[in-house]
Design a binder for this molecule. Structure first.
Ligand code: GUN
Length: 275
């Protein structure tokens, strides 16, 4: 029997606490989101962020642009938001259709960078200094910890890009978990998955990993989201009647809602840095 790491339930508990915290603040925290183009998934994610902000009492501002918007227009808007005393967090929804992501992110005031994507925040994280960590990485760590498993000296593999994995690896190291990034195309992929106590996958290939590939009692964090016939599927396929005692996040209802909850935590952190 597998244990579901229920991100929806855990995020609701966190959101309740955030709501109480927001109501006790002297000023209302604010988040601004820049959304470029018509990508349906990006619009869905931004709507979820808006709904969560409204639920806890964080002021939400959405700035939309067409695909063809210039980098200068976005950067000018970021500069304006950096100076706006009512906006404590600024994020640019990714992916951008054509614009240079690194250039644009570099203009966000690191204190307002609630995505934790600014190079200064990543550098501070590397140096174990207080910083803004990416919400998805924080959400993954909370889900792993919610398993209740003793994590010291456990081994994690992360199936993703190095860029996505780095903040997760840093946070895992703080928990004394050794991790390494693997490529799903490499020869020994299956063997590497089999030896891992924790598997984190963010590829977007339904069925990439199945239960026979996993070590018994491993913790499986599925960040993959692929739309197939109107249904959202993760990278991992598990039979309900399997004999493996896995801890696994569902898709949807695992990492997604936790990422939104941790974004709100980052908005509060940014608020504290600026107040
Ligand atoms: N697109 C997919 N995930 C994210 C995220 O965490 N932040 C932003 N800004 N864009 C995303």
């Amino acid at each position: 029997m597998s244990t579901i790491l229920d991100g929806s339930k855990l995020s609701k508990t966190i959101i309740k606490k955030i709501k109480t915290r927001v109501s006790s603040l002297s000023k209302q925290p604010g988040l601004a989101v820049i959304l470029v183009g018509l990508d349906p998934a990006s619009h869905t994610y931004v709507n979820l962020k808006q709904k969560a902000c409204e639920e806890v009492g964080i002021a939400f501002k959405k700035i939309t642009y067409p695909n063809s918007v210039s980098e200068k227009t976005i950067i000018d808007k970021i500069t304006e938001l950096n100076h706006d005393k009512n906006t404590h967090g600024v994020l640019v929804q990714l992916p951008l259709p054509n614009q240079n992501v690194d250039l644009i992110i570099s203009h966000i005031n690191p204190k307002k960078d609630v995505d934790g994507f600014h190079k200064d925040n990543l550098q501070k994280l590397r140096e174990n200094k207080p910083s803004m960590a990416p919400a998805v990485a924080l959400g993954i760590i909370k889900l792993i910890c919610s398993s209740g498993v003793d994590l010291v000296n456990k081994k994690a593999v992360i199936v993703s890009s190095k860029l996505f994995a780095e903040p997760i690896e840093i946070l895992l190291k703080e928990l004394k978990v050794d991790s390494f990034v693997i490529n799903y195309k490499e020869e020994n992929f299956a063997e590497k998955i089999k030896t891992a106590d924790i598997v984190i996958t963010a590829i977007g290939k339904p069925g990439l990993i199945n239960e026979s590939m996993l070590k018994n009692s491993s913790i499986v964090i599925d960040v993959g989201t692929t739309k197939v016939n109107g249904k959202i599927l993760g990278d991992v396929v598990i039979n309900q009647d399997n004999n493996n005692t896995l801890f696994i996040t569902p898709v949807p209802g695992g990492v997604g809602p936790m990422t939104v909850a941790m974004l709100l935590i980052n908005v509060l952190k940014a608020y504290q840095l600026q107040i």
